[in-house]
Design a protein around this ligand. Structure first.
Ligand code: DGL
Length: 277
């Protein structure tokens, strides 16, 4: 009999819960293991080498739990670690397992949301500096003009639960004004960091009318659904018992109180130490 295991969902902290929430909504029948590396977040300001090292440790942990499919629900990890893991590590370690990211599925559809064909990508410093969105969007929508803005403070606002503060107002307003100042024709803001949807009230408040704000959760969930339909050999290795388990490298009490708020359901996470395999 074939051994089946949960789908792994990884993020640097709480942010990936905004993706998991939509995935669970779209594909409720599967089991999921969520891991947030809160102890080492933020990833967005760390070097390529560090993000790659941490992400590979996480992926190896998911594999040790039996997962055949892992989603890097973190733009920074997708930008800095995914290619190496897919091209260098997987073929040697586990050629039969799959690791997917969030940048490609988002880039595949973002051009459909804009009328003016001018889009702003808001992300971490790491994501923006990697130029991954510029490169990927160009492949699917060569006529779309992309402006980028790094919003380094936004992740800390979320991780520190300061979404409803004056500090949040200040930094959200600052970055939205800055990116819109780069191109007068922008009609679409892409929240290209999983933490940012948790600031949605402030983002809406400081975004002029007529500009759409796009979060990735729904896009990634639809893309995963499509992927599993197209890859029945991967889908059949994923167990379907509707369970959700949560792990954090940080303080589990902290994680539970914040994460429950973001996920919508009560969360009881276990603390985990990540190390190189
Ligand atoms: N949530 C991650 C992302 O989507 C990064 C947050 C962080 O800096 O840790 O990019």
């Amino acid at each position: 009999m074939m051994l089946k295991n949960p789908i792994g969902i990884f993020d640097s902290g709480y942010g990936g819960l905004t993706i998991l929430k939509e995935i669970v909504h779209t594909l409720p029948e599967y089991d999921y293991l969520y891991l947030g590396d809160s102890a080492r977040a933020p990833y967005g300001t760390q070097s390529f080498e560090k993000v790659y090292e941490y992400t590979l440790q996480a992926v190896n942990w998911f594999f040790s739990q039996g997962c055949s499919l892992v989603i890097l629900a973190c733009n920074t990890a997708s930008a800095k670690a995914l290619r190496n893991i897919q091209q260098k590590d997987l073929p040697i370690l586990h050629a039969e397992k799959r690791v997917l990211g969030v940048i490609r599925p988002t880039s595949e559809v973002i051009g459909n949301y804009t009328t003016s064909k001018h889009v702003a990508v808001l992300g971490t410093t790491g994501t923006v500096q990697s130029n991954s969105y510029l490169i990927e969007i160009e492949k699917f929508f060569p006529n779309v003009v992309v402006s980028q803005e790094a919003c380094p403070e936004w992740v800390s606002l979320v991780e520190e639960n300061k979404m409803d503060t004056q500090e949040a107002d200040y930094f959200v307003k600052q970055h939205i004004e800055s990116v819109l100042g780069k191109d007068n024709n922008i009609d679409t803001l892409l929240l290209a960091c999983t933490h940012y949807p948790l600031l949605i009230d402030k983002i809406k408040q400081h975004t002029p009318e007529g500009i759409s704000i796009i979060s990735q959760g729904n896009i990634v969930a639809e893309s995963l659904k499509n992927y599993l339909e197209r890859h029945p050999n991967v889908a059949e290795k994923c167990s379907r018992g509707q369970s959700r388990k949560f792990y954090t490298t940080g303080d589990s009490h902290d994680f539970n109180s914040h994460a429950s708020l973001f996920f919508g359901d009560k969360i009881a996470a276990e603390k985990l130490e990540l190390a190189s395999s």
